[in-house]
Design a protein around this ligand. Structure first.
Ligand code: UD1
Ligand code: CA
Length: 454
């Protein structure tokens, strides 16, 4: 069987009230059309045609895949007209599945069943909706589909029909191409309705089959920001459920946001308000405390991320403790048993086993050895205003509080740096290095007095 897929994505989406075309509006950080394209790819179609219109170049640029053929629908004259634009790219043999660019969460199994039914017949994906308002209604006679009537063309009794057209259809190519040629725009909206191919199929004595969707979210289209927000919650709940099914403890599945992909080991716990972006890997027994934000990072076994921590493009080893209020910026690599405490920022640095940076520090472009203690308020001055320079801190070093390490600089193994030092030259191993003016006391010093008001 050879399958072609046509995705209709030319609509402007006026109700979004946005400069961004509707199909590029993000659901969990991914454009709506991206879901439909990815789902389509999984069917390995012979052709994948996207009919675009509004915001054309931007839509095309967002999906540079060589597997996609783009067809422009200059004027949006209806769903039938949209498919007509794609028809020249569709071979005569095989069948075609029609999807909508704004119906992102389609269910693969359901579509597979529809595609099987659409090998010799027109097959329509339908759904029984409590409130069918706005949708095309499926009109049946003796259980068999006769036609689809758009809401605006419905008479009073047709308006009571609950079974709706989801818009998703599949048909043999030679029949579809023939029907498309016969469409007219004689209806209330003066549009070329794709749904009219149902009537044409009946005219040709070819039975119209239907498949029904199992759940509403899989056929729901997005037209407005509030529908987008509703779907975001549905989607997040589905994602949370998948993780919980794998054994992850999620304290409140309605308060988690996964904008990408989270892979988790055993006995992982995620507290409320956490956001995950890109690809995040959590090892076994990892704890992520409330309101943490983790992006494109790996967290090793038994590590705990304390509340309000931000971790971006970083690798955290096993048995580490990060935060609360810590920030790991891109290029951070922590080995095992590392403690990073509150108000500590690490950037592009490697920190080795059992090292502690517990309070109020900035460590950038640094290589820090094992069992180092970096005191509160330590800053690596890695930037001279023009260039960045490295800092090297060897094993077993103790850096006293409020030290400035002016890079490039190296602190030798086992060295101690006195609190408040500004280190501009390499410090030798083993020694105590202090770089600050000596404390002096001036006896008999009198405090300034306030000037008399004149
Ligand atoms: C369509 C169906 C209706 C169904 C509903 C499901 C027709 C005539 N009606 O109605 O039976 O219940 O979808 O949501 O098919 N599009 C184009 N070019 C166009 C018009 C639309 O690409 O000229 C695309 C849109 O971008 C969208 C999809 O087709 O992805 C559906 O368009 P929309 O205007 O929402 O169709 P409805 O009138 O709601
Ligand atoms: Ca619609």
């Amino acid at each position: 069987m050879s399958l072609s897929i046509v995705i209709l994505a030319a609509g402007k989406g006026t109700r979004m009230r946005s400069d961004l075309p509707k199909v590029l509006q993000p659901l969990a950080h991914k454009p709506l059309l991206g879901y439909v394209i990815d789902a389509s790819m999984s069917f390995k179609p012979k052709e994948l045609v996207v009919v675009y219109g509004y915001g054309g170049d931007l839509v095309k640029k967002t999906f540079p895949s060589p597997h996609i053929q783009w067809v422009e629908q200059k004027e949006q004259l209806g769903t039938g007209h949209a498919v007509q634009q794609a028809a020249p790219l569709i071979k005569d043999e095989g069948n075609t599945l029609i999807l909508y660019g704004d119906v992102p969460l389609i269910d693969q199994k359901t579509i597979e069943r529809l595609v099987i039914k659409g090998q010799k017949n027109l097959a329509v994906l339908t759904y029984s909706k409590k409130d069918p308002k706005g949708y095309g209604r499926i009109v049946r006679k003796d259980d068999r589909i006769q036609k689809i009537v758009e809401e605006k063309d419905c008479d009073e009794s047709q308006k009571n029909i609950k079974e709706i057209n989801t818009g998703i259809m599949c048909a043999p190519n030679h029949l579809l191409k023939n029907w498309l040629k016969r469409l007219t725009n004689q209806n209330v909206q003066k549009e070329y309705y794709l749904t009219d191919i149902v009537g044409l199929s009946i005219e040709d004595n070819i039975e119209v089959l239907s498949e029904s969707a199992d759940n509403e979210v899989s056929i729901t289209g997005i037209n407005s920001k509030s529908e987008l927000a509703n779907m975001e919650r549905d989607y997040q709940l589905m994602t949370a459920k998948t993780l919980m099914d794998q054994g992850v403890t999620i304290i409140d599945p309605s308060r988690i946001d996964i904008r990408g992909e989270v892979t988790a080991g055993k006995d992982v716990t995620i507290d409320v308000g956490c956001i995950f972006e890109g690809k995040v890997v959590l090892g076994n027994h990892v704890k992520v405390a409330a309101y943490s934000h983790i992006k494109d990072s790996i967290i090793g076994d038994h590590s705990s991320i304390e509340p309000y921590s931000h971790i971006d493009e970083s690798k955290v080893g096993s048995h580490c403790r990060i935060g609360p209020f810590a920030r790991l910026r891109p290029g951070t690599k922590l080995q095992s048993h590392v403690h990073i405490g509150n108000f500590v920022e690490i950037k592009n640095s490697e920190i080795n086993d059992h090292t502690n940076i517990n309070h109020l520090s900035y460590v950038g472009d640094s290589l820090v050895g094992k069992s180092v203690n970096i005191g509160a308020g330590t800053i690596t001055c890695n930037y001279d205003g023009a260039n960045k320079h490295p800092t090297k801190i060897e094993d077993d070093v103790f850096i006293g509080s409020n030290t400035a390490l002016v890079a490039p600089v190296k602190i030798g193994k086992g060295a101690t740096i006195g609190a408040g030092s500004t280190i501009t030259k390499d410090a030798p191993p083993g020694d105590l290095t202090v770089a600050r003016s000596k404390q002096t006391s001036i006896s008999g010093w009198t405090k300034p007095t306030k000037n008399k008001e004149t």
